[in-house]
Write a protein that binds this ligand. Structure first.
Ligand SMILES: C[S@@+](CC[C@H](N)C(=O)[O-])C[C@H]1O[C@@H](n2cnc3c(N)ncnc32)[C@H](O)[C@@H]1O
Length: 319
């Protein structure tokens, strides 16, 4: 696939910057796919991250003390997420080719805000992948420490603890992540759009599980024979994220590879405006697609660059 000449200077680079400063500079209708996992505005994990704020020491000292990071419930987080993601999505709409897909991870708690922001920017919400997993720490907490601070006798405290035994803060174990499937409206017909721009259809020869038709449920760990047969993409290897990779939300490579293969052809341009430790870039290059990555935190940019350098050199032959 021939890349539009206006975008050539941006290709296969990681830009250390605020996405909202870079996106307006990218040429219109030059990107084939946006695949991204944005910051979710939970506690300190928002778009106001600066290198200093994002440093691990910051989280250790400033993160909400009584609840684990991400668990403090504040409805204004969702509203702020919506407003910011609407602005981001408008820029993504401009840079995508007609019919181009926008796959956005979204937290179960803020899914509705993420989806509405994308839709209000002009995209069509076509579906949603559910990435299912079983390995996660339950975040629900006991309330015993509050009882310990009450002005009660030890026996009254013990009685109270017995009364609320098993009752915890209202958090079930989180075992899925939604990935919104949005599409910029296509021109004329699906066929004409695909022939003109090379995007807008799904490649159903990209199979999942045991040679199965692409579904909207994805697993990257073996769970049970029938589920694995229909929904398993290759499991992550131990080495793939890199032992030096401290990013808290690095995504499985095979998941990103699956989404890229499903929606783009070789030589396509894949944009991730919140690149983190670089998984989208790594997946794009391994499939002979170009990438454009934006990441605000220089520590994560360094990790992403190291991961790219460590990948098999043959994967990075120019396509
Ligand atoms: C959920 S993480 C992405 C993780 C990534 N998918 C991976 O596999 O490593 C979101 C990233 O967005 C970055 N970020 C937050 N605000 C940003 C902004 N305004 N512009 C660019 N990057 C930003 C954060 O530093 C964080 O690394």
């Amino acid at each position: 696939m021939k890349v539009p000449s206006e975008i050539e200077a941006w290709l296969n680079q990681i830009l250390c910057a605020d996405a909202l400063e870079v996106l307006p500079q990218l040429p219109a209708e030059s990107v084939d796919l946006v695949l991204t996992d944005p910051p979710y505005f939970l506690d300190k994990l928002d778009n106001e991250w600066t290198p200093e704020r994002a440093a691990r020491r910051y989280y250790q000292s400033q993160a909400v003390f009584h609840l684990p990071p991400g668990m403090k419930f504040d409805p204004s987080q969702g509203r702020r997420m919506y407003e910011w993601y609407l602005e981001v999505s408008r820029e993504l709409y401009r840079v995508l080719k007609p019919g181009g897909f926008f796959f956005s991870f979204a937290s179960p708690r803020l899914y509705h805000r993420v989806a509405t922001a994308i839709e209000d920017a002009g995209f069509h919400i076509r579906d949603c992948f559910l990435w299912l997993y079983t390995q996660n720490q339950p975040k629900a907490m006991t309330l015993y420490h509050f009882i310990d601070k009450m002005q009660l006798s030890e026996s009254a405290k013990a009685e109270l603890k017995q009364r609320i035994a098993g009752w915890k803060t209202p958090q079930v174990k989180s075992c899925f992540e939604p990935i919104i499937i949005a599409q910029k409206p296509y021109e004329d017909t699906f066929l004409e759009n695909f022939l003109r721009h090379g995007v807008g259809l799904f490649n159903t020869e990209v199979r999942i599980g045991q040679n199965m038709f692409p579904a909207n449920v994805l697993l990257v760990e073996g769970v049970e024979a029938v589920l694995d047969k229909y929904f398993l993409v290759p499991k992550p290897s131990v080495e793939e994220r890199g032992r030096f990779n401290q990013h808290p939300t690095a995504k499985p490579l095979a998941l990103c590879e699956y989404l890229i293969q499903l929606s783009t052809v070789e030589g396509a341009v894949v944009l991730d405006p919140f690149l983190g430790s670089g998984t989208t870039a790594l997946a794009a290059r391994s499939l002979k697609r170009h990438f454009i990555g934006i990441e605000i935190n220089p520590e994560y940019v360094a990790i992403a660059q190291r991961r790219l350098q460590n990948a098999t050199p043959s994967l990075f032959a120019e396509s």
